[in-house]
Ligand binder design. Sequence first.
Ligand SMILES: [Zn+2]
Length: 402
Amino acid sequence: MARTVLQPQWLIDGAGTEAQEGLSVILDGDRIEAVATREEANAVEGARVIELPGMTLLPGLINNHVHLVLPGDNTPFVPWIDLQSDATLALVAAHNIDTSLRAGVTTVRDCGGRKRVTLDLRTAQREGLTAGARVVACGRTITITGGHTRHFGGEADGADALRRMTRQVVSEGADFVKVMAAGGGTPGSISQRPSFSAEELTVIVETAHALGKTVTAHCIATASIANALAAGVDHIEHASFMGTDLEPDFDQRVAEDLAAAGAPVTPTLQVARDLVDLLPEGPDRDLWRGRQESQHRIIGTLRELGVPLLAGSDAGWRATAFDTLWKELDELAACGLSPVEAIHAATGAAVAAHGAGDHYGTVRPGLLADLVAVDGNPGADLSKLAEVRAVFQGGELVHATL
Ligand SMILES: [Zn+2]
């Protein structure tokens, strides 16, 4: 592959700095060679030049929490999941990484699918058998008997069985381990109570760490966050701070422990927003509106305490689609993040949290050229992220409406 010069109006580097004007990005094959002035870029001989007038170039977005095997069209998880074969789920997942990529999402972190399906899809994408976003995946989720997403095939209880299940998940090829530390939207599971004990979570964390894998914990109940921190998990999903009465139960002490642990939180705020947008006026919509507003307050407080926040939409779950990640960034902005901080949460910060910061996620020499060009300046207006004009993956222009 020859060299390519990209000439956007604005550049956002994904490291948290504001949009800059007058810079070009030079690609060599699948890599970013340099960020250069216009003058330096014009001096590059024999390069293909792609003008991106009125557009911003930024790192390809990372959706840090998705469920590729799910449709994201508000189909009830149960019984739908039990009616699908693994082959059907793989085709759904292939469709979803393609949709993601077209929307400027060049990497997704899958937080749970059935058995080996998402791991096999990850391999197929890497081998070029199917086009789409890169996949980082946990495979099946580890959950208590009767727990959240038990249909994915990861039920286990007690130290011996949890050690065995964690080893199985890692041997199947999981990039990280996901545990359901509380219930969730699966009928029969209990969101407002912890599922595993802190001792059980500790067995999972020790087993995973010994095999070189990090652990993330799904935490709705406040007590599940405390358990996950006591066990030393590496990441927290949701951090909803729900009390046993299903009402918000923000605990300052737990929040301070969370900040002290330094574990990043992916709050998946978009689930509530999408349901508020979809549901007709009524009690169900009011419930989700209330949750959306309390999450803004809770996550805003975590931000003030210094908890690293990452952008993940929970695409696939409930009514959240794979091509609307900008809405999650907009929700993060409602918690107090500036637009470029929200973009950082979906690029440089997100990739650092799953250990691939040396490969992609920012606009830096030597990294894979996973880049997206959008109309206007999302550093001033995040909704511009929906206006995708070009997507580069590993230096290749994979989608364009230039
Ligand atoms: Zn999820």
